[in-house]
Design a protein around this ligand. Structure first.
Ligand SMILES: Cc1cc2nc3c(=O)[nH]c(=O)nc-3n(C[C@H](O)[C@H](O)[C@H](O)COP(=O)(O)OP(=O)(O)OC[C@H]3O[C@@H](n4cnc5c(N)ncnc54)[C@H](O)[C@@H]3O)c2cc1C
Length: 423
C-alpha cells in the first residue's frame, strides 16, 4: 500500500447509483475536481444493476406537481418521459421504458463533465483512513491494483454506508432488514386475463411444497413490452453487508428465478413459448446500514411535514416497508401512510464525528420507517444533488462540509433550479 501513488481530488463520490451519479454530476458541474468510484461497469445502481424502471418520489398520487427538479428531472426529460420545463407529471410514479438506454445516458452525462470528473468503473472502495475528525485517504481496488485517493471531501453513496461505517461514524441496521429482490424478465409471452392469477396460484403451490421460502406479488409487470414480463416477486432474507450472506442471497435469488419461471412455463397458459431473458445482473438491496447523523429524520417528521431551515431535498413516497413474509397482491402488509411533500434536512446527510463526509441516498440518516419512504429513486437523486453541491461549495469556500450550512446549500441548489419544493 505504501508505495502506491497518491491521487488527490477535491471531491470523491463513492458509489454511482441514483444518489452517486447525481452527486458526481452536481459536484463536477459546480467546478470541483471530482472522482466517481463505482463497483459495477456502469452507473445507475438499482436502475441499471437490478433493472428497475421506476422514478418514484417525483410527485404524489392525485396531485402530479413535480416536487423534485434539478438533475433528476433532467434525466427523466432526457429519457423522453417528460419535458425539462414541466411542472406536472402523469402518472405520479413514471417509468423509463429502457434501463439499457439509461446506462448509456449516464455514460454520456459523465463524459460531458470529464474536464472536472474522472469516472472509475469496476472500482470498489475497500478501506478508509482517518486523521483526527477527517477522512484522509480512501483505498479503491480495481484492475490497476489498489488506488490511494486523498480527497478533500467525500460523499458516501454506497447505499450501505460503507465509507461512513469504516471511517468510524455512527451507523445502525434494522432488525429485521427488508428482504432482497432479484428482478428478472421473461420474453415471448402470450398475455391473457388469467395470467397473473395463474402465476400467483403457482407461487402459492411452490411455497407450500417448500420450493420457495418467500415471495410477493405475483409481481408480473409489463412495463417494457406487451409480450415481456418484468418480474419482481422474489424475496430473499439476508444482510447484504456480509460478503457470505450476500453471495448466498445472489444464489438463492437466481434459484428462485428458475423455480418461478419453470413452474410458470410448465403450467401457466401463455408461457408455452416463453424464455428467460435475464436476471439481475445484481440482486436488489433495499436496506442495510444507515447513518446515525447530526439529525435523524423520523416518521413523525414525515407525517407532520416538519419544516427545516436546512432543508435541501423533498421526499413524498409512502412508507413502503417490505416485510420478511409472503404478501400477495401487494408488496406491503396493509398500505403505508402517504405523506404530503416533506423536507429532508442537510443534517440528515451529515455524519457525527467526521467533518469532511456526507452520506446521500438510501443510507442517509433516517429512522427505519422514514427511510422506507426516502429510499426511492428520485429522492435518492435529490439527496445526491444536495450532497454534490454542498461538497463543491465547501471546496470553493475552503471549508469542510460540516462547516457549510444547509441554508447556503439550499441557495446554491436554487440557483441551479434544484433543491426542495417550495410550494
Ligand atoms: C428490488 C428493489 C425494488 C425497488 N423498487 C423501487 C421502485 O419501484 N421505485 C423506486 O423509486 N425505488 C425502488 N427501489 C428503491 C430505490 O431504487 C433505491 O433505494 C435507490 O435507487 C437508492 O439509490 P442509492 O444511490 O442510494 O443506492 P443504489 O442504487 O443501491 O446505489 C449504490 C451504488 O453504490 C455502489 N457500491 C456499493 N458499495 C460500493 C463500494 N464499496 N465501492 C464502490 N461502489 C459501491 C453500487 O454498485 C451501486 O451502484 C427498489 C429497490 C430495490 C432493491
Amino acid at each position: 500500500m505504501a508505495d502506491r501513488p497518491i491521487i488527490e481530488t477535491d471531491v470523491l463520490v463513492c458509489g454511482g447509483g441514483s444518489a452517486g451519479l447525481v452527486a458526481a454530476l452536481a459536484s463536477a458541474r459546480a467546478g470541483a475536481k471530482t472522482i466517481l468510484v463505482e463497483r459495477a461497469g456502469f452507473a445507475g445502481g438499482i436502475i441499471t444493476a437490478v433493472g428497475l424502471p421506476y422514478f418514484d418520489g417525483i410527485a404524489i398520487p392525485r396531485d402530479y406537481r413535480i416536487l423534485v427538479r434539478g438533475i433528476a428531472l433532467e434525466l427523466l426529460a432526457d429519457m423522453g418521459v417528460c419535458r425539462a420545463g414541466d411542472v406536472e407529471i402523469r402518472p405520479h410514479n413514471p417509468i423509463i421504458r429502457n434501463t439499457e438506454q439509461f446506462k448509456l445516458l449516464a455514460d454520456k452525462k459523465l463524459i460531458a463533465e470529464r474536464a472536472n470528473l474522472r469516472t472509475l468503473f469496476h472500482s470498489t472502495v475497500c478501506e478508509v483512513s482517518t486523521a483526527g475528525d477527517r477522512i484522509s485517504e480512501v483505498c479503491v481496488a480495481n484492475k490497476s491494483g489498489l488506488m490511494r485517493i486523498r480527497p478533500r471531501e467525500v460523499i458516501d453513496c454506497t447505499g450501505d454506508a460503507d465509507v461512513a461505517a469504516w471511517a468510524g461514524a455512527p451507523t445502525e441496521k434494522n432488525k429485521p432488514l427488508m428482504p432482497l429482490t432479484m428482478h428478472f424478465r421473461i420474453g415471448n409471452l402470450m398475455r391473457n386475463l388469467e395470467m397473473k392469477q395463474n402465476c400467483a396460484a403457482q407461487l402459492a403451490e411452490a411455497h407450500a411444497a417448500g420450493e420457495l421460502q418467500l415471495y410477493y406479488g405475483p409481481g408480473l409487470n409489463f412495463a417494457f413490452a406487451p409480450n415481456e414480463a418484468y418480474v419482481h416477486a422474489i424475496r430473499v432474507v439476508a444482510d447484504a453487508t456480509d460478503a457470505d450472506d450476500l453471495t448466498r442471497a445472489e444464489m438463492q435469488g437466481r434459484a428462485d428465478v428458475w423455480t418461478m419461471f419453470s413452474r410458470w412455463k410448465k403450467s401457466v397458459p401463455g408461457f408455452e413459448e416463453s424464455y428467460l431473458i435475464s436476471s439481475g445482473p445484481y440482486i436488489g438491496i433495499r436496506e442495510t446500514r444507515r447513518l446515525v447523523g447530526e439529525y435523524v429524520l423520523t416518521e413523525a417528521d414525515i407525517r407532520a411535514q416538519t419544516k427545516f431551515d436546512d432543508a435541501v431535498a423533498t421526499g413524498c413516497w409512502y412508507l413502503d416497508v417490505h416485510p420478511q413474509q409472503v404478501t400477495v397482491g401487494s408488496a406491503n402488509v396493509g398500505h403505508g401512510f402517504q405523506p404530503g411533500p416533506y423536507d429532508i434536512p442537510y443534517r440528515s446527510l451529515q455524519p457525527q464525528k467526521i467533518a469532511n463526509l456526507l452520506v446521500a441516498g438510501r443510507c442517509h440518516s433516517a429512522s427505519k420507517e422514514a427511510a422506507s419512504s426516502t429510499r426511492v429513486t428520485v429522492t435518492a437523486m435529490a439527496m445526491g444533488e444536495a450532497a454534490g453541491t454542498a461538497a463543491a461549495l465547501a471546496v470553493e469556500r475552503k471549508r469542510s462540509t460540516h462547516e457549510v450550512s444547509g441554508v447556503e446549500v439550499r441557495k446554491a441548489l436554487d440557483q441551479r433550479h434544484a433543491g426542495p419544493f417550495l410550494g
